[in-house]
Design a protein around this ligand. Structure first.
Ligand code: ADP
Ligand code: MG
Length: 211
């Protein structure tokens, strides 16, 4: 059964954004995850690469965003700079139908100075890699106290790259009442441990396995 995006209660500007970006039919993982994401539940979604996980969490975080308040309302973590940039591009594309949403990438392997000044100017969404986000937190150049949505994208890859401690350290800076969304191509014991550590009564949705 195909399901269209207008069957889920997304803000009207996002429905417009989806149309403009050419998205009409939800992928299976989007159809399964979006109702819980929009209902602000914690969600762990496991589905193979290419199943449309980015759009699922991007819609969720944008649906909650208050455009008038330029404070960091969402933090998205990804394993690499390339992935973080791809995610930021997708969020920006969807946000075109909203007024002035600022999405910053804050990744390692880039000079930190310009990141500090960009952060000083404010943003609604920060997409970054764990090590560099942790560094900004220790320097006091990143304020996560207003975060409402925390996304861990490609969580299995972040664990494989040894970011577990960085994730634990970042979590300390986030408000406990935030929504946490975790996406992974695989679901193993280490991921389950993370969900228990970071999430509250998570809804688990499972798409097609990685083959
Ligand atoms: P994943 O993170 O699950 O590996 P992505 O989020 O990167 O997958 O999505 C893979 C591709 O599918 C992207 O090019 C994305 O634009 C596209 N896509 C996502 N959702 C839809 C949809 N509902 N309809 C058509 N294409 C989609
Ligand atoms: Mg992905």
């Amino acid at each position: 059964m195909t399901q269209s995006f207008n069957q889920v209660p997304l803000a009207r500007h996002l429905q417009t954004g989806l149309q403009q970006a050419g998205f009409t039919t939800m992928t299976p993982i989007q159809a399964q995850a979006l109702p819980a994401i929009i209902a602000r539940q914690d969600v762990i979604a496991q589905a193979k690469t290419g199943s449309g996980k980015t759009l699922a969490f991007s819609l969720g975080l944008l649906n909650k965003l208050v455009a008038e308040e330029q404070v960091i309302q969402s933090l998205v973590l990804a394993p690499t700079r390339e992935l973080a940039q791809q995610v930021a591009t997708e969020i920006r594309k969807l946000a075109r139908s909203m007024q002035n949403i600022k999405v910053l990438t804050v990744c390692g392997g880039e000079p930190i100075g310009p990141q500090i000044s960009s952060l000083e100017h404010g943003a609604h969404v920060v997409v970054g890699t764990p090590g560099r986000i942790e560094e900004h937190l220790y320097k006091g150049t990143l304020d996560l106290t207003q975060v409402q949505t925390w996304v861990l994208d490609e969580a299995d890859q972040m664990l494989a790259m040894g970011f577990v401690e960085a994730l634990e350290n970042i979590a300390i800076y986030l408000p406990p009442e935030r929504q946490t969304l975790m996406f992974s191509a695989t679901y193993q014991q280490d991921i389950e441990a993370l969900t228990q550590q970071f999430m509250r009564e998570p809804v688990m949705v499972k798409g097609e396995e990685e083959t």
